[in-house]
Write a protein that binds this ligand. Sequence first.
Ligand code: ZN
Length: 329
Amino acid sequence: MRYDESPPLPESRSSISPDRPWFARRPALTVALAALAPTCLAGWVLAQVLTGPGADGRQPEGPSLTASHATGSTDAKSSASPSPAQVPAHSPAPGADAQAPTAAKGPLAGRTVVIDPGHNTGNFQHGSEINKLVDVGTHRKECDTTGTTTNSGYKEAEFTLDVSRRARALLEAKGVKVVFTHEADRPWGPCIDERARIGNEAAADAVVSVHADGVSAGNRGFHVILPALVKGGAADTAKIVGPSRDLGERIARNFGRTTGSAPANYLGSGTGLVVRDDLGGLNLSTRPKVFLECGNMRDAKDAAQLMSPEWRQKAAQGIADGIVGFLGG
Ligand code: ZN
């Protein structure tokens, strides 16, 4: 894969360390932190003496459990679904099962959803990497794109990550295991073929790629993009066309209801549904998958909605409700 010719990336998202390249470029700071380490260690030892090894006896969580939530979270996220690493060491449950935080409860426990926050805010600084072509089965295509922005500079990639996090919180509250393709925990990407692969390898029951469009003002509304029937190379959507349409119709219906937005007035003939055969993220998927374009960032009225946290919560609710309905929850 051309992807492998890119600068070294962490082998997996779960072990990623957002700070790694940052530290690597700042040896002086590393020295300073090293100098602080004894102080921190002394403080830790003192804390252990005073409080014991953690009320629940849980071992410190490794980076694999913290990385996916390490880059900040929405209020909804932090209140609805604390990760194991967020559970305080003084949690009042001395006899609690150490596995409890990872044992999902809820009507959809055991189901997996992959959410793909479109683009990456770092893509703007990595043109050469994201412009490399990758094989999407039917043809070759750029690894990724920068995404669009509102006229005031709010990035699509910021929007997609925020909405994705909100949707994750709602889905996790139902017991769903949610996997992200990235969480701004890498400098750019992933490439579109890797985004598809993450959904495939997670054996996701549903995959949703979150986007916002960037077309001329006056074009408004949302639309869901469904995979066309394609076959070529690694691309074969025969098995996902049907279930993806079901997923997409449910998301469109619920998204319209929760946000009050209308289906796009510039494509899809008012249905809010569009079928495309040129998106590698769909062509390479073996799991039911759709893209959602939540609105047009270049239209002032749509942009005002997209920049509203309250509206984004409604958007996330519509996405989550559509997925939950698809999963039978
Ligand atoms: Zn996009």
